[in-house]
Design a binder for this molecule. Sequence first.
Ligand SMILES: *Cc1c(COP(=O)(O)O)cnc(C)c1O
Length: 430
Amino acid sequence: MIPSTQPFLTRSPKPWANIPPQQWDDWHWQLDNRLNSVEELEQIINLTPEEIQGLTAKDKFRVDITPYFASLIDPDNPLCPIRRQVIPLGRELVDFVGMQEDSLAEDEHSPIPGLVHRYPDRVLMLVTTHCASYCRYCTRSRLVGDFQQTFKKNDLERQLDYIRQTPQIRDVLLSGGDPLTLSPILLDYILSRLREIVHLEIVRIGTRVPVFLPQRITDEFCNMLRKYHPLWINIHINHPKEITAELSAALAKLADAGIPLGNQSVLLAGINDRLDIQQELLCKLVKNRVRPYYIYQCDLVKGAGHFRTTVARGMEIVEGLRGHLSGYTIPTYVIDAPGGGGKIPVMPQYLISQGVNKVILRNYEGYITTYYEPEDYDPSLIDRAQPLTDMRPEIGQEGVSGLLQGKAKAIKPQGYDRTHHRGDRAVQES
Ligand SMILES: *Cc1c(COP(=O)(O)O)cnc(C)c1O
């Protein structure tokens, strides 16, 4: 029996006034009764002409909104942050400079359809193209929401095989689409197959189901998940208005099941690109035992042009967090590199100068101080006799750290040696 959350719902709009609580709290009912057309949405919101244009556009990215999430929309405010995330605007169809379909070049980094292996020790496993509701700025709109493109059992088995055969993988990140929309049997199957792989240390799930469909987070479901520890979950909350009593209850269930919770949000123009909104969101997350993990600069993906902010706006926000709020509330601000370089952190400069044996730093208040470094520091004193048991190779991905460790002398752009060794002296590529 799913516990009723109906007492919290004083704002349920009229079309659902006669839906009994058991039905409202049933996640199947929520999925079966999602809204997507002008006719359905008109009953609960006063649609603007631009929203109607967005909703009636021919090749738009899929629209589907759970009644629960739709019930949080302010019917009379076109700027409502809940509404802006799920109701399309005509602007979605406008192209912009830098726009791409697959802005993170995920398809190029996929050894198997749906498996993105970009970093040395971890992989992203796309297990479905379905979501409970569809975010207008979706970074995977090229495949998400498309029934035709969803992954088959055979793709899944090949993904699992690749992970089994790749011992440097310690961490598998299940995403999609939303893995929590899979049938519980299939999700249980995937998690149990992953758990059998001895070199795999952690499994994490990226999901927005707690936000769109908190009814899905039942005790029974949490009991299934807790069999697969160490299991981490990253949710995706962008605005404090999303943190309802229902979402809080779902987060508490997950946290009580021993699942560490993180949050990944996207900086979105007109939705959460204001310092006070971010501060409220981040503090509320921590109160709900959710540790803010990343705040993303909006990707250069088709459909998301009008959601983008400048990076300067992001920097202003991050400047207003560090030092001002508990360190637990502060996510890393990242730009996911267009073309597929992975997440690149960006932050204000706190180390403002450097001299021999000293660094000059500034804090959030503008206080400037000197840290004196030891003059006799000897990094070779560490006990090197202790064999390290589980180092995973990073062939070709040692990067800048590899230079610092002396494993390479330079990182050269493609074709560098060819263009620079023009003389007759044959120079060895190093
Ligand atoms: C984000 C991402 C990961 C995980 O990165 P973390 O920084 O470890 O959270 C892994 N693979 C891909 C392809 C990603 O986009």
